[in-house]
Design a protein around this ligand. Structure first.
Ligand SMILES: Cc1ncc(COP(=O)(O)O)c(C=O)c1O
Length: 413
């Protein structure tokens, strides 16, 4: 008889993990207040709730300015445009991330140059970045993936030495700090997503952080159809409507009220999880960089040994865990396999000069490919808000799936 729930066995856990986002009367009242006051959209930009959230969130992370906009993809596009990066420029991005990071470079008119990630932590490899720099390189866009941060010491040193801008993709990293500096406050810009699954959410939305007054002004102008934001009204930029409505901004304000407590709860959960999972066969923890001084995450990334799971890759293991009642997933394929970057969609290889570098058929990212297709298991943040019992259930399910992994091979065949 099958043991695994994916094959009809009894699941380890039937009680749901805590729902996300946490909402209540305060959120409803904040939205109602915006409705009753009448300014529900994002214009004039910034609206009162947008300005309030921007100031508070920038303060929490440690930047001088926040610019709130439609999502965490246009944030990166706007950052590049505000930096004057576009046609003919190259932007270096990691091979293990969501499509948005590379897409944003394309949307700004630049060419994304994809490089492999580090073996130990699966964030962008500074050596690969250095090797990919050409006279056209204008920016590096590191992604703070899962519970990790990219090596900002090495990347900042490279950027300084080679005269490049850094735009941090912090879609997973609200609350993280590197050597006392908030994520998104080390590069020229930091980009955050507030899409519904993210740990600071209003359903949709994004925030750019910067401590540069001039860049902040330009970003505000770009998202507001190019309207001048300088006092003289003289500065014109080329922009469109990327504003976020006040209803969403009201939710961002109430969600920010809860954020630090939720972050601390996840951190406590993750530290206990690491104690409990140590020594469990078949899974490993990627070491957290010692420079991370405040820890926060959206997904907790665990490394599985496919051999211990009878050769099943992370996707089958994630499916099996989900069936056991544990919210696990495979987040991203490596960039070389991403549909979006296949030539007929991106049309990037039409740039003859770049054909080899931009055609996924010519790309090889051994570490990102192994992580994305075989080893990287993403555990949802809710597991870390479910107390000791929730963590133990997750570990029991991992052990059960490993012990009965031969059943997975049968399903996959
Ligand atoms: C790493 C990363 N970057 C960027 C984004 C884009 O954010 P949004 O969905 O708000 O556009 C996401 C969202 O899933 C992400 O995970």
């Amino acid at each position: 008889m099958s043991q695994l729930a994916i094959n009809g066995g009894t699941p380890v856990r039937t009680e749901p993990y805590p729902a996300w986002p946490e909402v209540g009367e305060r959120d409803a009242a904040a939205v109602a207040d915006v409705v009753l006051r009448g300014q529900i959209g994002g214009w004039p930009e910034p609206g009162p709730r947008s300005a309030e959230f921007a100031e508070r969130f920038a303060g929490y992370q440690g930047a001088r300015h926040g610019i709130v906009m439609a999502n965490g993809t246009v944030t990166m596009e706007v950052a590049l445009k505000a930096l004057g990066i576009g046609w003919g420029d190259e932007v270096i991005v990691p091979a293990l991330t969501f499509a948005a990071t590379a897409y944003a470079a394309i949307a700004a008119g630049a060419l994304p140059v994809i490089v492999d990630v580090e073996a130990e932590r699966w964030t962008i490899d500074p050596d690969a970045v250095e090797a990919a720099i050409t006279p056209r390189t204008a920016a590096i866009m590191p992604v703070h993936l899962g519970q990790q941060m990219a090596d900002m010491d090495r990347l900042a040193a490279i950027a300084d030495r080679r005269g490049l801008a850094i735009v941090e993709d912090c879609a997973h990293a609200h609350g993280q700090q590197w050597a006392g500096q908030g994520a998104g406050c080390i590069g020229r810009f930091g980009s955050f997503s507030h899409q519904s699954s993210k740990i600071l959410t209003s359903g949709e939305g994004g925030t750019l952080l910067t401590s540069d007054d001039e860049l902040a002004r330009r970003a505000h102008s770009i998202i507001d159809c190019g309207r001048p934001k300088d006092d003289a009204g003289a500065e014109l930029t080329f922009g469109a409507n990327y504003r976020l409505g006040e209803l969403n901004c009201a939710l961002l304000c109430t969600q920010l009220d809860r954020f630090e407590e939720q972050r601390a709860q996840r951190e406590r959960g993750a530290r206990l999880f690491e104690e409990l999972v140590a020594g469990v066969p078949g899974v490993r923890i990627n070491p957290i960089h010692p420079q991370i001084t405040r820890w926060s995450f959206y997904r907790y990334v665990l490394r599985i040994d496919p051999e211990a799971f009878a050769g099943a890759g992370c996707e089958r293991v994630a499916d099996a865990l989900k069936a056991e009642g544990v919210p696990a997933e495979v987040q991203y394929p490596p960039m070389s396999r991403y549909d979006l970057f296949q030539p007929h969609l991106s049309r990037l290889p039409v740039c003859v000069e770049y054909a080899d570098r931009l055609d996924p058929a010519h790309m090889s990212f051994p570490i990102a490919e192994s992580a994305g297709e075989r080893e990287a298991l993403y555990l949802q943040e809710s597991i870390f808000r479910a107390g000791r019992r929730g963590l133990e259930d997750a570990i029991t399910a991992i052990t059960k799936v490993r012990e009965h992994a031969h059943e997975l091979a049968a399903v996959s065949a």
